[in-house]
Each structure stands twice: as C-alpha cells, then as structure tokens.
Design a protein around this ligand. Structure first.
Ligand code: NAD
Ligand code: ZN
Length: 363
C-alpha cells in the first residue's frame, strides 16, 4: 500500500507492506538518495539485534555506503548527549550535505535521528523506517526532537523525511506490550477523524493484537492516512494539528508524574482519551462517547484508569506546565461524537480535576 503526505514541494510517500526492506536500495534509488555520499543508519540495540544486518547488506548490495550507529534502547536516548554522539558518528562516517540519515526503529530512534538530520550541517535528508506500531504516528509529520531533563520533546524541529518505508514484517519481533501501546495511537486516529475506522479497529482487536498481516497493514494504512491528512492541512500546528493531541494532556501529565517509566506513552494516552471522553459527557455530550471509548480500550487490554498511587495534585501541576492555562481555563481536545473532536479553549480546570479524581477510582 502507498499513500502521500501532501506538502507541496516537500510531499513524500509512505510505503506499507510485508518485506519491503528486501528492496530498500531500489526505494532509495527511486527517490534520488545519492550513492556518492555515505548514509548513516541510526538504530537502537533491540532493533539492531533483529533488523540491522539485512538492511546494511541490502544497501551495500545496492551500491550504497552505509555505516550504522546503535544507541541504547529507550526514551533516555532522546537526549542532547546522545545527539552529540550521533553527530560524531556522522562526522566520522564522512556524511556531507548530500548524505542521508536513516532512522531504523521506533519513535525514539525516529525523533532522535530526525533531529540529527534536521541539525547536521543545518539539515540533510532523512528516511524513516519505522519498526513499531506507535511509529506509524511518529514517523509521519516531520516533528523531530530530543528531550530536556525538565521537558519532553522541547528541543526539536520540523523536518520532513524523504519517505517512510514501513516493512510490517519487522513488527513480528515487537514485544506484546509495545504492540498494544502502539495500537492506542491507531485507535486515536479513528476517534479524532473516522467513526467507521474506529468501529473497524474494535471489531478487529484480536487480529491486530495478534499481528495478523492483512489487519495490520490496513490499520497502519488508515492510521497513517489520518495523520497525513491532518498534517497536510496544518503542518506547523497553527490549529487543526492540535486534534492529534486527543488524550495527550492527561497522558503527558501521567508520563511525567510516573517519571517516564511506569506507563508507556500509548498506555498513558489510552487513560487520557477515556478522561477526555468523561469530560465530554460532563460538558453535556452523549454518554455513548464515554462508554464506547472505554469499551474499545478495554478490548485492547489498554489501561482506562489512573493507578491509585498517582497524586492528583502532581497530575494537575504537570498538566498546567504542559498546556496553555489561564484564569482557571484550559485548552482541551474534546470528542463530540465517535470520530469527531473539537478544540475547546474554555475547559474548566475544576472539571478536569474532577475527572482526574474519577479516573483514579475503578468503576
Ligand atoms: P521506542 O522507539 O522506544 O520503541 C519501543 C521499544 O520497542 C524499544 O524498547 C525498542 O527498542 C523496541 N523495538 C522497536 N522496534 C522493535 C522491533 N521491531 N522488534 C523488537 N523491539 C523493537 O518507542 P515507540 O513507542 O516506538 O515511540 C515512542 C516515542 O515516540 C516517544 O519518544 C514519543 O515522544 C515519540 N513520538 C513522536 C511523535 C512525533 O510526531 N514525532 C509522535 C508520537 C510519539
Ligand atoms: Zn502520542
């Protein structure tokens, strides 16, 4: 399957299919990736174990000079220190202005390698090769970043890839918890944009969790299509792109309070999306928005409640750091129906506190 992220002269394709990486050199050639300049493949140690060797040998067979750099797996590698290491690898491998950085991995590697590409020599090309389900979201749209100890994704850029090459066979080695967490963003893409796709996700939960190839390819295709459509309309998040943050205000706060280890991103936002649905009902929208949202996440075995030991005040404080907040009002993405959301700039902080409290009770 193939689709395009429509951004005028910076448009690029997303290829999704089983076994695409066998032809990686042909894809690179088709998109004008130079053979005269060396490539740097950035990956992490989990991904390297399973998927690096074939990528490097296919590139070499195709006439590319490709060097690899492997970072430690995990969010900690999205740091300025690791960025400096990767830039060192670029220099050692002799990357020049015509070179390309290849991100082989999940969202961590994609965000890090993408930011290296955005900043090395003031910007060189890069290719996204996502190897997680979550990365159907992170590899599309051009947001690249590393973290600061005080804030996530705070040092970054907009830098669009040359292409996204999604070989779904790489997903077979993904741990089950990462599979479910990644599906959380896929469900989000349904909830913000497409009621039919949301229903399809729910009906195909078992197939998706079990990595059924047809279901997976269709789900990733639809998820990427929603992301591409939103980004095409609003690349720099002036307005519409904010809808991609459904569930993320509460979600980011939970990740921060948990110190980025107890909850995965996809798990934090499933709780956040249930919270946004509760808020919606509290604001007078149909009860069904909440019941359907909760039912779907339960079906995927994703969390729908905040663990009881999380401190409500700490969550509220983290939210106030994260989002625009003034005179007791917050900006929130609120579902108004399944498959539809609004950007509401007038949500009462008191109601949010009430919802956070409710989310801590199992009912
Ligand atoms: P990740 O990259 O850490 O991958 C999750 C885990 O799976 C890691 O341990 C990784 O080593 C392992 N892994 C990856 N592919 C594998 C494979 N095929 N087989 C076995 N193991 C594999 O995390 P993620 O969930 O993919 O992404 C989360 C990151 O994405 C966060 O840093 C988040 O901020 C970022 N993100 C960015 C955007 C964006 O628009 N740029 C959007 C959403 C999320
Ligand atoms: Zn997200």
């Amino acid at each position: 399957r193939e689709l395009t992220v429509d951004l005028g002269t910076r448009s690029y394709p997303i290829y999704i299919g089983e076994g695409l990486l066998a032809n990686i050199a042909a894809y690179f050639e088709k998109h004008g990736i130079s053979k005269a300049s060396p490539l740097l493949v950035v990956t992490d140690d989990h991904v390297a174990k399973h998927h690096l060797k074939p990528v490097l040998s296919r590139l070499a067979e195709g006439g590319y000079t490709a060097v690899s750099y492997t970072v430690a797996a995990g969010e900690k590698s999205k740091s300025l220190a690791v960025l400096e290491d990767v830039v060192g690898a670029c220099l050692q491998a002799g990357l020049d202005r015509k070179s390309t950085v290849v991100a082989l991995g999940g969202g961590v590697v994609g965000d890090l390698a993408g930011f290296v590409a955005a900043s090395y020599m003031r910007g060189i090309r890069f290719v996204q090769i996502p190897t997680t389900i979550l990365a159907h979201d992170s590899s599309v749209g051009g947001k690249v970043a590393v973290n600061h100890p005080l804030a996530k994704n705070i040092i970054g850029a907009f830098h669009q890839p040359e292409m996204v090459l999604y070989d779904t066979s790489t997903l077979l080695t993904l741990p089950d918890r990462d599979v479910r967490a990644g599906l959380s963003e896929m469900i989000k893409h349904g909830l913000i944009w497409d009621a039919e796709f949301t229903a399809w996700c729910e009906a195909n939960a078992e197939k998706l969790i079990g990595l059924n190839p047809e279901a997976l390819q269709y789900g990733l295709y639809k998820g990427c299509a929603v992301k591409a459509a939103v980004v095409s309309k609003d690349e720099r998040e002036n307005d519409l792109r904010a809808i991609l943050n459904l569930g993320h205000t509460i979600g980011h706060a939970l990740e921060a309070v948990a110190g980025y280890n107890e909850l995965q991103h996809g798990e934090a936002i499933s709780i956040g999306m249930v919270g946004a649905a509760m808020l919606s009902v509290r604001m007078g929208n149909p009860e069904e928005i909440f019941t359907v949202t909760e039912r779907i996440f339960k079906k995927f075995g994703l969390p729908t409640r905040i663990p009881a030991h999380f401190d409500t005040e700490a969550i509220m404080r983290a939210m106030m750091h994260d989002k625009k907040f003034s005179e007791g009002r917050m900006v929130y993405i609120i579902p108004t129906a399944i498959g539809k959301v609004e950007i509401n700039k007038n949500v009462s902080a008191e109601w949010v506190r009430e919802i956070v409290d409710r989310l801590k009770r199992e009912d």
